[in-house]
Ligand binder design. Structure first.
Ligand code: ADP
Length: 269
């Protein structure tokens, strides 16, 4: 049997009830490997955010265990988990500049001043906001604010980053640009990402693997192409199958696998 340390993140027999009666997470078993980009995909109310809150440490599991890099997390407080977070509403501090927002996690950790300046500058460059350090959040567009939030989540070199519908507030075009950008950052620094979305296209185009949630259970966890071509049950087929309407260009095949370039630029094989 695989041990907790084989997976970077391991949910094992996890249940969650907020009211002591209803289980909103019924039996969660999920392994996430180091450097993976894994999406939790499912309709509203299926338990995706709750799973993220359990991993972040904002809520305790009712039953079961959660490990990160071989370490049992259950009784580790949120601020000791070394996890970066990005939410839909950015949650930037309005009275701090962009640079100060990004530097904030390092400041509260008591990092030396030179490191604070150096790291936050690097992060500003990475999210392509080098000239914007002195501005305030309300002087930025939604996409720029979300890039600041991404930079802030990564500045302290976390073990992994959790993103909860981070692009939900953006319009379609910006959303597609940000999907590519987040994916690019993930590849550049090789960080493990757990990404919550209810948008099938988003999950399938961005992720290495996708866990499909319904009613507090994972219905299937698999590579995007597998989910698309071999859904394990009716729910997955109908939920993921809507992506049959995705448009793109057939770019030939390799080893019997079709390669399709989607209109947002992502390659699906
Ligand atoms: P999703 O992210 O898939 O939309 P959630 O994890 O937010 O799903 O919600 C799953 C269920 O748990 C829903 O029925 C929701 O109403 C309930 N829930 C979520 N957060 C709380 C909370 N803090 N207190 C009570 N019930 C909650």
């Amino acid at each position: 049997m695989a041990k907790p340390q084989d997976a970077f993140v391991r949910f094992e027999n996890v249940q969650k009830s907020y009211d002591g009666k209803t289980l909103v997470i019924k039996d969660l078993n999920l392994d996430i490997f180091k450097g993976e980009f894994v999406s939790l995909l499912g309709p509203s109310g299926s338990g995706k955010t709750t799973a993220l809150m359990l991993l972040a440490g904002f809520e305790p599991p009712t039953k079961g265990t959660i490990h990160l890099d071989g370490r049992l997390l259950n009784s580790v407080p949120a601020y000791h988990r070394n996890i970066g977070l990005v939410f839909q509403n950015y949650a930037l501090f309005p009275h701090l500049t962009v640079q100060e927002n990004i530097a904030y996690p390092l400041r509260v950790r008591g990092a030396p001043k030179t490191e604070v300046i150096d790291r936050s500058r690097k992060m500003l460059d990475m999210v392509r906001l080098s000239g914007f350090g002195g501005r305030y959040p309300n002087q930025l567009s939604g996409g720029q604010q979300q890039r600041v939030a991404v930079a802030r989540s990564l500045v302290f070199d976390p073990a992994l980053v959790l993103m909860d519908e981070p692009l939900g507030a953006l319009d379609k075009k910006l959303r597609e640009e940000m999907q590519l950008e987040i994916r690019h950052i993930h590849e550049q620094i090789g960080i493990t990402v757990v990404f919550v979305t209810h948008d099938q296209d988003e999950a399938l185009t961005m992720s290495d693997r996708v866990a499909v949630f319904d009613q507090g259970r994972i219905q299937q966890v698999d590579y995007p192409a597998e989910l698309y071509e071999r859904p394990g049950n009716k729910f997955v087929a109908s939920f993921v199958g809507e992506t049959n309407m995705l448009s793109g260009t057939f770019e030939g095949q390799e080893g019997g696998v079709a390669k399709v370039r989607l209109n947002n630029g992502a390659l699906m094989a």
